[in-house]
Write a protein that binds this ligand. Structure first.
Ligand code: BGC
Length: 743
């Protein structure tokens, strides 16, 4: 039994990712100081200014020559990039190069699945490879700074930006965020073909109240540190070159004006010495947020809160000089902001190699990149249901229906500024190639996901009648998720459900494929379909991946990175919640309540009368064409010291008849602690690839330090006592095994 009040072991940093934040390089630091000594105040402020590209325009050239621009976003033509860079390097007084930035979020030209989809792969190496490919492609146009990864822990499917996230779990987001950072940056950011990562949005943005974008958040500091900050800390320690402020306020304090986050935590606790950029006009937005009177006040607050670069508020260019002259912002404060920007430019090697090499420019769509993109779709597709209809067997005719079966634009997903949709291969194209033109009867039924015109459904039904199997590809158009694209209803839009009902009525087996940017409420739709493949927006290679999975050449192996709600009213919904004093039991649901039943007759526990308790599908869930069995969980010891570790092993066997991958997950629960702890927390995972009949022992090293939590805003502690652990294929399975942490 645990002692409730203890001083505990104080830990400064999460040890799983404890590593170096970038180490200062003495040579670079002395070059920075030498340069800084030559700079006028105006030139310093120029380095802090980031503005949108306007091509090789007179205005832009004039500003660059004056040294009034430090970085440019959204300029991706290497010829223009080189011309602008030439102005900075050759025609400005100090010759400081520019950085070109872009939101390369899930691929540049070769589009990978959206980040939420990539999270469903639970495959850090593949995520890293995807980021590497994106960096090579984007850097070949001159983009050396991407605004990715987004590691906002996201617990609410209404929030459109959940699509850009790695889902609801801080550990999964930490591992995959670090993978992306490494993929973009490699070990040597100065090499061509790399981009500086920008870990965003710092912080708490995923908790936007009621899933509405930009909304306020109220997050107690212990929760902030336990749930929302770990992926940021992991990225900082992995050397993420830059960070971005979030739009939201936390407890009334907007992030662009939050010195506690930006200085105390990011700089002082985590040792971050890269660039902190504001979000788009987020400095200016502190005016409508009601904490600054005007743009000058906002510039003052942001600069004194450690925001290095002003993206698109023009607060710094307009007001910093005056603020320094008035003594409201110290010049030494400006110097420190500028140092961070110059350090990034040195680290990127821009002083030595400022230009795009036109001989290798525009390097896109390598065959191995397309192959990796396809693999990522297969590894991130979550099979939610399969009544033995998949993989398809002996089918001669497939009715291919649904609004997303041949929709190049929408299968790519949100944040695809550089999409060339002619390179996207759709399910219609890939299935036609695989099965032959005569085998596919294509009748979309609906023109787009929101379509409410039911007149095409009859054609889809007629196609179904002629076929052996129906494959309906539906979901949400790309524009229904992403920034500022939140929904209060997360069901399938338009007449898709009606169409599915009509298809089901034909008696033909129906495979439902959902391409989407968020977890959706699809309980009814799942009951109608014989199989459900939940795909997220898959990008360039979604079609070939669908064809290979349907044909059984490969099994889908995605696992949910978010809990799927039964009803939208359950949101926010997440597996790692704390228990109430009355966990759900003896539920009497709404249709079972007798007339005039007394108030207490439904059982006084925590559940909804209409949704019961828990998700439709839990975090970590996903089926395979094969089956897996888990052996007994073995511990190297049933106890460990507070600075110790134990080995946790479990043998996993492929008990089916197809080679397939399984993601083995390790969860723990701290049974009694000084603060109520989550009922389960992910502490490790490993994706294993097994031949039929093959067994593999999976071993995790569980460090006691990974059981630490913030018991106060300044105390991170491992409390001795009893814990449970599970090794299982999802967050709702497995048999608990006890272990303890001793004094
Ligand atoms: C988004 C950021 C993005 C930035 C630059 C903002 O609106 O919140 O995520 O990186 O724009 O495009």
């Amino acid at each position: 039994m645990k002692k409730r009040h203890l001083l505990g072991l104080f830990l400064c940093a999460s040890s799983v990712f404890a590593a170096t934040a970038a180490t200062p390089d003495a040579e670079i630091e002395s070059k920075i100081n030498a340069l800084l000594a030559k700079m006028t105040l105006e030139e310093k402020i120029g380095q802090l200014n980031q503005q949108t590209g306007t091509g090789y325009s007179d205005d832009m050239v004039g500003s660059i020559r004056k040294g009034a621009v430090g970085s440019i976003l959204n300029e991706v033509d290497p010829v223009i990039v080189n011309k602008l860079q030439h102005e900075a390097v050759e025609n400005s007084r100090l010759g400081i190069p520019l950085i070109f930035a872009r939101d390369v979020v899930h691929g540049f030209k070769t589009i990978f699945p959206i980040p939420l989809g990539q999270a469903a792969s639970w495959n850090p190496a593949l995520v890293e490879q995807g980021a590497r490919i994106a960096a090579v492609e984007a850097a070949s146009t001159g983009v050396r700074w991407t605004f990715s990864p987004m590691v906002d822990v996201s617990r609410d499917g209404r929030w459109g930006r959940i699509a850009e996230s790695f889902g609801e779990d801080p550990y999964l987001a930490s591992v995959l965020g670090v993978s992306m950072v490494k993929g973009y940056q490699t070990d040597d950011l100065s090499q061509p073909g790399t981009m500086a990562a920008c870990t965003k949005h710092f912080a708490g943005y995923g908790a936007s109240e009621s899933g509405k974008d930009y909304n306020t958040t109220w997050i107690p500091e212990v929760l902030l540190r336990d749930m929302y900050l770990p992926p940021f800390e992991a990225a900082a320690r992995a050397g993420s070159a830059t960070f971005m402020c979030s739009f939201n306020d936390i407890n009334g304090v907007p992030s662009s004006g939050n010195p506690h986050l930006n200085i105390d935590i990011l700089r002082n606790e985590w040792g971050f010495d890269g660039v902190l950029v504001s979000d788009w006009a987020s400095i200016m937005q502190m005016i409508p947020q009601g904490v600054c009177v005007d743009l000058k006040d906002a510039a003052d607050r942001a600069a004194n809160s450690g925001v290095d670069v002003d993206m698109e508020s023009y607060a710094y260019t307009r007001h910093l000089k005056e603020l320094v002259e008035e003594g409201k912002v110290e010049e030494s404060t400006i110097d420190n902001l500028v140092r961070n920007v110059l350090r990034l430019k040195f680290r990127l090697g821009l002083f030595d190699n400022p230009y795009v090499d036109m001989a290798t420019a525009n390097n896109f769509y390598a065959p191995e990149s397309l192959e990796a993109a396809k693999k990522m779709v297969e590894e991130s597709t979550v099979m939610l249901k399969n009544n033995d209809i998949l993989p398809l067997k002996n089918v001669k005719k497939i009715a291919l229906v649904g609004p997303m079966a041949d929709d190049k634009h929408n299968q790519a997903g949100t944040w695809c500024f550089d999409l060339e949709k002619e390179h996207c291969v759709t399910p219609l194209e890939a299935l036609t190639e695989k099965y032959g033109k005569d085998a596919i009867i294509y009748a979309p039924g609906l023109k787009y996901s929101r379509d409410i015109d039911e007149s095409g459904i009859a054609d889809a039904v007629a196609a179904a009648r002629e076929a052996d199997v129906v494959v309906m590809v539906g979901g949400e158009e790309a524009v229904l998720s992403g920034e500022a694209h939140c929904r209060a209803d997360i069901s399938l839009p338009g007449a898709q459900t009606k169409m599915l009902e009509a298809l089901k009525a034909t008696g033909k087996p129906v495979v439902l494929i959902i391409m989407t940017g968020r977890p959706m409420t699809i309980v009814h739709e799942t009951s109608l379909a014989d199989a459900v493949l939940y795909m997220f927006h898959g990008g360039t290679m979604a079609g070939p991946a669908v064809a290979e999975m349907l044909a059984g050449e490969v099994s889908p192996s995605g696992k949910l990175p978010v809990s799927m709600p039964k009803m939208v009213g359950q949101l926010p919904l997440y597996y790692n919640h704390v228990n109430t004093g009355r966990p759900a039991s003896g539920m009497v649901l709404i249709d079972e309540i007798p007339l005039e039943a007394p108030q207490t007759s439904t059982g006084c526990t925590s559940f909804y009368l209409d949704a019961g308790d828990g998700p439709a599908f839990p975090f970590g869930y996903g089926l395979s064409y094969s089956t897996f069995s888990y052996g007994d969980v073995k511990l190297s010891s049933a106890s460990m010291a507070r600075d110790g570790s134990i080995e946790v092993s479990c043998t996993v066997t492929n008990t089916g008849n197809m080679a397939a991958a399984e993601t083995v997950q390790l969860y723990t629960r701290d049974l009694v602690a000084s603060l109520s702890r989550p009922v389960k927390e992910l502490k490790g995972f490993e994706k294993v690839y097994l031949q039929p009949g093959e067994s593999r022992m999976v071993t995790f090293t569980l460090q006691a330090s990974s059981l630490a939590f913030w018991s106060t805003p300044t105390t991170k502690v491992v409390e001795p006592g009893d814990f449970n652990l599970w090794v299982a294929g999802d967050s709702a399975s497995g048999t608990p095994v006890k272990f303890s942490v001793t004094e």
